[in-house]
Design a protein around this ligand. Sequence first.
Ligand SMILES: [Zn+2]
Length: 387
Amino acid sequence: MSGHHAPPGLGEPHFFAHDHDAVVAAGPPESQRLHLSGVLLPQGERTDLWVVDGLIRTQPVRDAFTVCTGAWILPGLVDAHCHVGLGAHGAVPREVAEAQASADRDAGTLLIRDAGSPVDTHWIDERDDLPRIIRAGRHIARPFRYIRNYAEEVEPEALIDEVARQATRGDGWVKLVGDWIDRDAGDLAPLWPADVAAAAIARAHELGARVTAHCFGEESVHQLVRAGIDGIEHGTGLDADTIALMAERGVALVPTMVNLENFPGFAAAGEARFPAYASHMRALHARRFATITAAIEAGVPVFAGTDAGGTIGHGLVGTEIGLLAKLGGAEFALGAGSWRARAWLGAPPVADGAWADLVVYDTDPRLDPDVARTPSLVILRGSVVSR
Ligand SMILES: [Zn+2]
């Protein structure tokens, strides 16, 4: 033997290299050298890939273990709206955050855009076995205008400074709560005066950060898109004019279809004290498929995000992809949860020398997007982390 060790459970080694093959320089003996064979998406062509030292190689590599043949291979999945370190009552201990990130990874999510967390999870960046995370710092809301213990709570006059603070806490994104129930009005209402929001967004842009906002209702999304925001979360209050503006400016939409299923529950919880809010939430829920489909058809960049964290479980990205597929088709939904989302967030495409972050399926997810819920193999930074 040449000194390497078989990764557990991967069977006997297959040798692909011959004298005339291109061979990548040997890594440390314990490194996994993998070979994958199957249909690579989005290209849709039969492809062989090798993995050495955490990177993809497109030429054969000596002593590689074949981990799949006749499979479907996708760039690692993305959960573009996820909260690691956030539980139902706010911050959670590190071991709970670790379990959350592990559940996402096992579902094939290898890149997370964290849409707001009350704890600093940068320790995860040191962990090769946990997903890559692009953070938005902590949610920014107003006192009594969001879920208790989740957000940094400031009044509008302090918004610009807080945006600047969270821009340095995160990894290039800032998250605003755009609307929430106003208990005096008894209905959803924007948190921020439009001019204040516009100035805060401009400040984030000066600092090199992008801004996204939680928007359930019509008013906040109308104002924030016109204020120059970069992304909208949920977006159930979108109308045709704002959709057209988002498409024109390339403003992203992460509808969180998994979470929208909870709107009737939110309505029921508020019914007794806030009947107008309850009926508003039900109306937004009733037209959610039409609203999000209109955005997809208009060309708004739409991405998969589950809203895991808080009260929603982790590891549901395949369910989100399945719901998006009902609106835009399987290839659209898979792109929204894989290659298009990765490109949007700056992750490299599958290519020689790129990150070996891959997810593998036994059957074609284009024919049945629910297949996305059950990866047969998850490879993160070149190592098999779940199978
Ligand atoms: Zn969220």
